[in-house]
Design a protein around this ligand. Structure first.
Ligand SMILES: N[C@@H](CCC(=O)N[C@@H](CS)C(=O)NCC(=O)O)C(=O)O
Length: 461
């Protein structure tokens, strides 16, 4: 029986999966789930997906709610991995990296569309527009290196990205003069028959809806923005690398949960890494040297020979695949893996909600976060409580990469919105189990205390 696919073509991530199913000839049974009719909020739907998002895939007893995981799961299940989701470890890591990039781009588009549709914000702030334009800038850099986003072949990462970028382009035009490679790539994607049949209609419908809510459609002239990718400190005194060059280099910010999750994994797998602390407050991640390593200027970054990976989730899966002795942390079984991947993408969501509180405090002096942001952060525990209602760990009965990733983030969220043991007993018990592990004691505790001390200076909670 074909898997059931719950979707609404207004949604860019739904359209991405629809395009991929068309391109790869993957059979799914479409179940129309109208967002505007709140069908994703029905009791029945919430039982399957507590996060109430579309798309959602139901394949027998397996339920996946995240477009990226649906894409990787379906390509694996139907044996369509080459060249769409290559089996080769390095190439696959590059595709995964761009899928996580889409997750970030999605949140930046959503930061414009949701306040417009649900809170009456007709004119987005310069800040959210700049954040979106910054993503075009990153894409341009990726596409200056390779023809498609993850190499010289089209992959599911291109399909994932064109879904959201086609909608982003209806809000803030991707200017061909400034972003020629990106526009050429968009044109290539637009030529594909799967784009015509599965993206166009939903994209146009969404554009018409957004037109009623946003005053800026097509009128944002990005040349008027003061945004400049090179605003970071020009030259840094600190040279990266403390010791002799080793094969595996890891650039970290120990206070950040993303870095701590990788440190915990390295401890479990006993991997020797050349650790390089990036001076975040000295803006070293914004220097041209660092941007050469990672145009996204995020930390952590792993350098393994000729491969450079940014995004903690991709680093976690790559290191486990390459250096894991057994497969318990990231099993080979396609269904089990999909459940872990789903929680890794969940981590990107809660990480972002955490940053929505911490970044304005540190960067713009916003000492008191809005009630809305705090409620969103608190919702993390509602989700984890649901996840943990049937399993001991976050993605099953044993410890996996998902626990390291979500655990590091939750430990930080706990310092912003304390975890109430009475209200969230399962989450509390899971967290206590993690805290007792030696990898947590060695690799999470110190960074957590550091960041908690810093945040105390910046936030009135
Ligand atoms: N990262 C998720 C994002 C899914 C998502 O947030 N979808 C939106 C529609 S574009 C949605 O379902 N919104 C309804 C809600 O969050 O209640 C994915 O790629 O599937």
């Amino acid at each position: 029986m074909a898997p059931k696919f719950y979707s609404d073509d207004l949604s860019p991530p739904c359209r991405a999966v629809m395009m991929a199913c068309e391109a790869l000839k993957i059979p799914v049974e479409y179940i129309d789930t109208k967002l505007l009719n709140k069908e994703h909020m029905s009791e029945e739907y919430l039982k399957k997906n507590p996060m109430h998002t579309v798309p959602m895939l139901e394949d027998g007893d397996l339920v996946i709610h995240d477009s990226h995981v649906i894409l990787t799961y379906l390509t694996e299940k139907y044996g369509k991995t080459e060249p769409w989701y290559p089996k080769d470890l390095k190439q696959r890591a590059l595709v995964d990296q761009k899928l996580y990039f889409e997750a970030l781009l999605f949140t930046r588009v959503r930061a414009i569309t949701y306040p417009a549709m649900f809170e009456g914000v007709r004119v987005p702030s310069q800040k959210v527009i700049k954040a979106l334009v910054e993503m075009f800038e990153f894409l341009e850099q990726f596409l200056s290196r390779t023809k498609f986003v993850a190499g010289d072949h089209m992959t599911i990462a291109d399909i994932s990205l064109i879904g959201i970028l086609s909608t982003a382009n209806d809000i803030v035009r991707v200017d061909g003069k400034k972003f020629p490679k990106t526009v050429a790539w968009m044109q290539e994607m637009q030529k594909q028959s799967f784009y015509q049949s599965k993206n166009m209609e939903g994209k146009e419908k969404l554009k018409a809806i957004l037109n009623n809510f946003l005053d800026i459609i097509h009128r944002i002239d990005i040349s008027t923005l003061k945004y400049n990718i090179d605003t970071g400190k020009r030259q840094s005194d600190k040279t990266y690398g403390k010791r002799e060059r080793m094969t595996l280099k890891l650039y970290i910010l120990e206070g950040s949960p993303a870095s701590r999750s990788v440190l915990m994994l390295a401890d479990i797998l006993n991997i020797t890494l050349d650790i390089i602390d990036v001076d975040y407050f000295g803006k070293q991640h914004l220097t041209p040297e660092f941007r050469k390593i990672n145009p996204l200027h995020t930390i952590p970054v792993l350098v393994d020979g000729d491969l450079t990976l940014h995004d903690s989730h991709v680093i976690l899966t790559y290191l486990t695949e390459k250096y894991g002795r057994d497969h318990s942390l990231y099993p080979k079984d396609v269904k089990q893996r999909a459940l872990i991947d789903q929680k890794l993408y969940f981590d990107t969501l809660i990480f972002r909600r955490m940053r929505n509180v911490t970044a304005p405090a540190i960067e713009d002096g916003v000492r008191r976060p809005t009630e809305k942001l705090l409620i969103e952060l608190q919702e993390t525990y509602n989700f984890t409580e649901e996840f943990l209602s049937n399993t001991k760990y976050i993605a099953g009965e044993s410890l996996t990469l998902a626990d390291l990733s979500v655990g590091a983030t939750v430990s930080t969220i706990d310092r912003l919105v304390p975890l109430d043991a009475k209200k969230y007993p399962k989450t509390h018990a899971w967290f206590k189990t993690l805290e007792q592990q030696s990898f947590y004691q060695k690799c999470n505790k110190k960074g957590l205390e550091q960041v908690a001390a810093v945040l105390k200076n910046y936030l009135d909670l």
